[in-house]
Design a binder for this molecule. Structure first.
Ligand SMILES: Nc1ncnc2c1ncn2[C@@H]1O[C@H](COP(=O)(O)OP(=O)(O)OP(=O)(O)O)[C@@H](O)[C@H]1O
Length: 213
């Protein structure tokens, strides 16, 4: 088992409070689709699993190692949350993609320009975007740049929160084909939230339904 979470518990809302207690696991190459109605707590679960938000209880293991022993910034290098709302920094696309490698926790990694440009091509982003200001990107372009930035960091687990919401049909198709390819490298898996149910082309999908108690 690559990634496992047991009895992750958290509360949603104020009155009434909804309690969530959820468990799941991921093998290498698997995509766990998190389902539930709007407001069910799907994004909250992903943010908890990425150590971006606290929870009331539960255990998480990556390759058998408990998250208790790993400081959040290091954990997030391995378990990376790609937010529903794309966040890019001021500056060009190139500088956005290079930025994570300027911080200390990624000092053991190298920014691979050729790989970044290959990924842009695979996601149908024109080479001219490289020097374009991130502020000027469309929603769909920005979402694809954020995915490339996440892939360059090379996490074990990608937590994808509605990654195709801003993409047209063709961009969705290339997104899933890139994700499929990414999952073929050993030691990788993903969780996915998608209201479009557009993940049929993936090889190995299982489901996790969030049900409040
Ligand atoms: N920071 C916050 N403060 C207060 N309430 C919050 C906060 N974050 C989330 N919530 C609430 O928690 C609930 C779950 O939110 P969450 O974003 O996890 O749902 P979701 O299942 O991902 O929904 P959607 O499918 O609409 O994106 C919602 O009712 C939301 O309003």
């Amino acid at each position: 088992m690559l990634f496992a979470f047991e009895h992750i518990s958290y509360d949603l809302g104020i009155d009434p409070v909804r309690h969530i207690n959820v468990s799941g696991s991921l093998h290498e190459g698997e995509v766990l689709v998190v389902r539930g109605p709007s407001g069910a707590g799907k994004s909250t679960l992903m943010r908890i699993l990425a150590k971006l938000q606290t929870n009331k209880g539960g255990r998480v293991h990556l390759r058998g190692e408990s998250w208790d022993h790993i400081p959040p910034p290091y954990w997030r290098c391995q378990v990376h949350y790609l937010a529903q709302k794309t966040v890019l920094f001021d500056g060009t696309i190139a500088s956005n993609l290079a930025r994570p490698f300027e911080i200390r926790i990624h000092s053991d990694k190298v920014f691979k320009i050729k790989l970044a440009q290959d990924l842009m091509e695979q996601l149908l982003l024109p080479p001219a975007l490289w020097e374009q200001d991130a502020k000027t990107l469309s929603g769909g372009e920005a979402a694809r740049v954020a995915l490339i930035r996440a892939m360059l960091i090379d996490p074990a687990i990608l937590l994808l929160d509605e990654p195709t919401a801003a993409l047209d049909d063709q961009a969705r198709e290339v997104f899933y084909s890139l994700l499929k390819k990414w999952l073929k490298t050993p030691g990788r898996a993903a969780m996915l939230i998608s209201h479009n149910h557009d993940y049929q082309t993936l090889d190995w999908v299982s489901f996790l339904d969030i049900v409040p108690s």
